[in-house]
Design a protein around this ligand. Sequence first.
Ligand SMILES: NC(=O)c1ccc[n+]([C@@H]2O[C@H](COP(=O)([O-])OP(=O)(O)OC[C@H]3O[C@@H](n4cnc5c(N)ncnc54)[C@H](OP(=O)(O)O)[C@@H]3O)[C@@H](O)[C@H]2O)c1
Length: 432
Amino acid sequence: MAKERIRIGIMGLGVVGSGVARILMEKADRIQAHIETPVELVRVLVRDPQKKRDFQVPGHLLTTSSRDILDDPDIDIVIEVMGGEIPAYKYIEGAIQSGKHVITANKEVMAKYGPELLTLAHQRGVDILYEASVGGGIPLIGPFQHDLAANKIISIQAIINGTTNYILTRMASEGAEFGAALAEAQALGYAEADPTNDIEGIDAVYKLAVLATLAFHLPVRPADIYREGISRLTSRDFRYARELGYAIKLLAIAKEENGMVEARVHPSLVPQGFLLAQIGGVNNAVCVQGDLVGTVVFYGPGAGSKPTSSAIVADLILLAKNITAGLTGRFRLREESGKTISPMDQVQTRYYLRMSVADHPGVLAQIATVLGEHQISIASVIQKEADPVSQTAEIVIMTHLAREADMQDSLAKIRALPPVVQERCFFLRAEG
Ligand SMILES: NC(=O)c1ccc[n+]([C@@H]2O[C@H](COP(=O)([O-])OP(=O)(O)OC[C@H]3O[C@@H](n4cnc5c(N)ncnc54)[C@H](OP(=O)(O)O)[C@@H]3O)[C@@H](O)[C@H]2O)c1
C-alpha cells in the first residue's frame, strides 16, 4: 500500500545536520517537486538540546535518546550525520535491522563496515545511501554505482582532503613552512584544533577505502591502504619540486592491474601540467580512468554545510522515489573473485630523494652505486649550493620507475653511508 507520508529522523544537528534540516524545512517545495509522497522531519537526535545552533529546529523535534528514532515504527528514513565510529555504526546497523532506510555522510563507518552494512541492507530489503561520505557535494558514489558501471576501472587519483590541500597550496605559493600553514588553516576554520585525521592522511584513507571498494569490486579496508601524511614536508621540497617541474599534493591513489589492487595515500610529486597539480585551496578533485570512458574528472568543494547537504538531500529524493515506486533494497555491492590487495613493497613509482651529504668528491658515485645495485636508475640530479658552515651539500635525485621494496632497501643503505647526514635523507614518490 502506498505511503501517505515518508517520515525522517536525523541523528546529529551540527554543520551537516543543520544544513539538511534547513533544506527540509525551507526548500520543502523544491524537494516535493521531485517526489509524489510528502516527506516530513519528525525527530532530531542531539547531545545537548539547549545548544545554540546555526539553524534552530522546533524544540519538540529534539531528543537525546536514539531509541526515539530507532524504535519509532513510523520513521522510514534515518539520516545519520553525527560522525565518528561508535555509536554511529551501532545506530546505522540498528536502523537497518529494524527495516529503516539510512542515508549517511559517515566516511569512517562506511570505510570500516560499508560492505557488511550494504549486505545487511540488501537482506533486509532497505537501502543505505552514502553520497555525502566522500567529496561533500561532488557526485562520486552515484557515478561509480551507475554512470561508470560499464567500465573496468583502471585507476583513481584524487585530492580528497581539502584541509591538507589548503596547507600544501600555501606551502607552495607562499614558501610557508608546514607549522605556519597549518596554523593559518586552523585560524580560517579549514583545520580542526586536533588536525591529526587530516594531516596524517587518515581522512583520505577512509574516503579512498569507500571509493576503491566500489570501483574495484572487492572490500578495501582502511588497514589495506598504505598511508603517509604531510607533516614532514618542508618549503625546500616545494622549491626543488618546482625546479624539477612538479607540484606536491597529498594524493589518494588506487589502481588495478591483473587482479592486484594497490591503494595508497601519501604526498606525491605531480607534473605541473597535470590537472591535479592545478587544484588549489580546499577544493577536491577525483580523476577516474575507465577502459571505456577514458579519464573523467570530478571537481568541486569537498566539504561544507551546503555542498554536503546537497548530496544528502539528493540521496533523500532518490530514496523517496524508490520507496514510492516500491523499488528499494536492490543495491548490492558486487564482488569479483580472484582479486587481492597488492602489498606496498610491490608498488612501482618514481622517486624524489633529497639528502644532505658531506661536501667532498665521490659521494654521488657512492649513492649511484647503491641505487644501481637495486636496479634503480637515476633520471636527473640537482646539486644545491654547499653550506660552508656545516660543509655539507644538498642533492636532489629523481629516479625512473622503481619498486618500493628496492627503494626502501637502498635508502637504508644510503642512510648508513658515512658522508650522508642520516636525519636529512628524505624521499617522496612521484606520479605521472
Ligand atoms: N562538515 C563537513 O563539511 C562534512 C563534509 C562531508 C561529510 N561530513 C560528515 O558528516 C558527519 C557530520 O559532520 P559535522 O561536521 O556535521 O559534525 P558536527 O558539526 O560535529 O555535528 C555532529 C552532531 O552530532 C551530534 N552528536 C554527536 N555524537 C552524538 C551522540 N553520541 N549522541 C547524540 N548526538 C550526537 C552533535 O550533537 P550536539 O550538537 O548536541 O553536540 C552534533 O549535533 C560526519 O560523519 C562527517 O565526517 C562532514
